[in-house]
Write a protein that binds this ligand. Structure first.
Ligand code: ZN
Length: 133
């Protein structure tokens, strides 16, 4: 491991985000996936609002799904099987920094899309710095 932001400690992960990316052509699929998530997981997950334009580190429109570690082993394979070809970033909420969350703590379903990490670099320890990461 490299970097000075601190190392990811799996035991201290506070939860997870899944960011579901879409564009005008794939939005209907994103809508179906969102409805399926809401129908299956209800209040066990927290669905963020539709972000129709890129925001934060994200390079495409997306919505966020926040879920607890206790749901990881159930939700991740389900999402893998039901993402309908959409690209999804899953990242830890490490409690260390947004940079760690979106680098060491990131995994992708589908294609890996660019992330603009420049706002996070040099930000140091700022776990609560962003509402959109
Ligand atoms: Zn996030």
């Amino acid at each position: 491991m490299t970097g000075s932001q601190g190392q990811l400690d799996p035991a201290r992960i506070e939860g997870w985000h899944a960011h579901v990316y879409f564009d005008p052509g794939t939005r209907p699929r994103a809508e179906r996936l969102r409805a399926a998530i809401a129908g299956r997981y209800g209040d066990a997950v927290t669905l963020g609002r539709w972000r129709e334009t890129p925001v934060g580190p994200h390079s495409k429109a997306m919505y966020q799904v926040a879920f607890p570690g206790s749901l990881f082993a159930e939700f991740l394979p389900w999402l893998m099987a039901n993402r309908q070809g959409l690209d999804v970033l899953v990242h830890a909420r490490s409690g260390l920094s947004d940079l760690v969350d979106h680098t060491e703590g990131a995994l992708w379903l589908g294609r890996s899309l660019p992330l603009d990490l420049t706002p996070f670099e040099g930000a140091g320890e700022s776990p609560a710095a962003s509402g959109q990461g």
